[in-house]
Design a protein. Structure first.
Length: 137
């Protein structure tokens, strides 16, 4: 086989392995399916792998056409992905937590019904106004 083809295949495989991150995803899958019987867990796993494979195959075959239709070049897509990655990583470098990583003090599903501003204020403890107090009177 051609040396460049082998090098490209190895680079593509390593990149896919880093992006998918099986060691990082496995504990999440186990935690989400811990109450499921083994047969159902296996069915969920197979379905998830097939869906991921289908999405990857679709974008492998039609990705350039979709980007072309949208008027986006591959280089612009890569640059925008880098900018998003940089914007996500900057708070992590300075030890700040993102909104999804912030610990919540609310229990249950009550905070889902609050607007984002009130929910954040209640979480931080800096705002003690009950947004539903007017409904009780």
């Amino acid at each position: 086989m051609d040396q460049d083809f082998i090098r490209f295949g190895l680079a593509a495989f390593v990149t896919l392995l880093v992006v998918v991150d099986p060691p990082g995803v496995a504990p999440i899958f186990v935690a989400l399916t811990e109450d499921e019987p083994p047969a159902r867990r296996r069915k969920i796993l197979i379905r998830a792998v097939l869906i991921a494979f289908g999405v990857a195959l679709f974008f492998l075959l039609a990705g350039r056409a979709v980007l072309s239709y949208l008027g986006v070049t591959v280089h612009a897509f890569a640059i925008s992905g880098g900018i998003l990655l940089f914007a996500t990583a900057m708070p992590m470098l300075f030890g700040q937590r993102g909104g999804l990583q912030a610990p919540t003090q609310l229990h249950g599903a009550g905070h889902l019904s609050l607007p984002a501003g009130n929910s954040n204020a209640l979480r931080s403890g800096s705002h003690r106004h009950d947004s539903t107090a007017h409904l009780a009177s």
